[in-house]
Design a protein around this ligand. Structure first.
Ligand SMILES: Nc1ncnc2c1ncn2[C@@H]1O[C@H](COP(=O)(O)OP(=O)(O)OP(=O)(O)O)[C@@H](O)[C@H]1O
Length: 375
């Protein structure tokens, strides 16, 4: 069994509709129930800030600070994490431009928010991900990259550096007579970073496929068959330096075309993640809403299992409004799978009765108007 990572205390200040709350938790799962607009998702979002990035809503930080409050927001958590106990403080202060948030670990400013990954991994499933299979490919790439990032903390930096090099190349190509040497240097950089990104994604998809396969008969969640298309598909089995050469050559050959298009047409930024429902042998996009939700739940659980086995620590799981789409049998199966992961999971719903099958494996909290009561 992987080690358990638990959030034992959580304090929010001027965070969305919370003026100031402090919660003591006991390591069990947490169920948050309350009316629409009570603040359930806001609390989940606060926990998602314990991982790098802009959280489960991909928020603009200026929107996170409580309306009417004078300064920024803060989230404080005491976590029994991957390297023992740690106190994590994150937020913004008045005067911050809203583009970054501060992070303190045991009171000391961290160099980067990526340092959070040394202490815990947070994975979430929210209703806004329901359109994943039918929406734009950018959403699937983002989903995939978050999966990769939770196993490979370098992935975010790599993707950001790739984007930067690509923007530089696009700008240069827009000039009347771009310097070919400068272009080559940027393309070489893109090749190195882009191929590393593609290989990291491919590795994740392979590892996840193994977990999905192993848990195929573990309940009512269908299994997903995933594949990546759109970037050097046939070449990714070659040694990395050969793939880099191939991509650098593609970029050099594509300069006129890309200059005319005003963007780079080949690269890991054009990849799509194809997902099929294995049991039905059908494209996920053509499955019913309920089938898509069940596929997504299966995928997220598989990913949580992968993170647990790779890091030897169970991730903190956030399942927002999970109960709504699942019938009683599926809900009970979900709770058992979640419990079997060995970590702490936070779940929300409007109706406490939906969580009956969890019994005393969870702590139940009622949210109302930015306040929280223990049941
Ligand atoms: N910066 C902010 N300041 C104050 N209130 C905010 C801020 N941002 C969002 N809110 C409010 O927080 C409230 C709670 O939102 P939240 O999404 O957490 O609700 P919820 O309990 O998950 O509801 P639902 O069941 O409808 O999903 C909303 O009424 C929203 O308008």
């Amino acid at each position: 069994m992987p080690h358990k990572v638990t959030i034992s205390r959580l304090k929010l200040h001027d965070f969305r509709n919370y003026a100031s709350i402090a919660l003591g938790l006991d390591g069990r799962h947490v169920v948050l129930t309350g009316a629409n607009g009570a603040g359930k998702t806001n609390l989940m979002e606060a926990i998602s800030f314990l991982s790098p990035g802009r959280g489960l809503r991909r928020a603009v930080y200026a929107d996170v600070a409580r309306e009417g409050a004078a300064g920024g927001f803060s989230v404080f958590a005491a976590v029994d994490g991957m390297q023992g106990e740690i106190e994590i403080g994150t937020g913004t202060e008045s005067g911050d431009e809203g583009q970054s948030r501060r992070l303190r670990l045991n009171g000391t400013p961290a160099r980067s928010v990526d340092e959070l990954l040394d202490h815990l991994r947070v994975i979430w499933l929210t209703p806004s991900m329901d359109g994943l299979f039918t929406g734009p490919s950018a959403d699937r790439r983002r989903f995939l990259d978050r999966l990769v990032l939770s196993l490979d903390p370098e992935h975010g930096r790599r993707a950001a550096d790739f984007e930067k090099a690509m923007r530089g190349r696009n700008r240069l190509l827009a000039e009347p007579r771009p310097d070919p040497q400068w272009l080559s240097a940027l393309e070489r950089q893109m090749a190195e970073l882009g191929v590393a990104m593609a290989l990291a994604r491919r590795e994740l998809v392979g590892l996840l496929a193994g977990i999905v396969e192993a848990s195929r008969d573990a309940g009512p969640f269908p299994s997903a068959v995933m594949s990546l298309i759109g970037f050097l598909d046939e070449d990714l089995d070659r040694p990395a330096y050969e793939i880099e050469e191939r991509y650098a050559a593609l970029l050099a050959d594509g300069r006129y075309r890309d200059a005319a298009a005003g963007r780079t047409l080949d690269g890991p930024h054009r990849v799509d993640l194809l997902i099929r429902h294995r049991e039905k042998d059908m494209d996920a996009a053509r499955c019913s809403t309920g089938e898509q939700k069940a596929l997504l739940v299966g995928l997220v659980l598989a990913h949580a299992g992968l993170v647990a086995s790779m890091t030897d620590h169970a991730p903190v799981l956030l399942l927002d409004e999970i109960s709504a789409h699942l019938d009683e049998g599926r809900r009970a199966a979900l709770f058992d799978r979640v419990d079997g992961l060995g970590g702490q999971t936070f779940m929300t719903g409007t109706d406490c009765a939906m969580f009956e099958a969890l019994g005393d494996r969870a702590r139940y909290l009622t949210v109302a108007n930015g306040t929280i009561d223990e049941d």
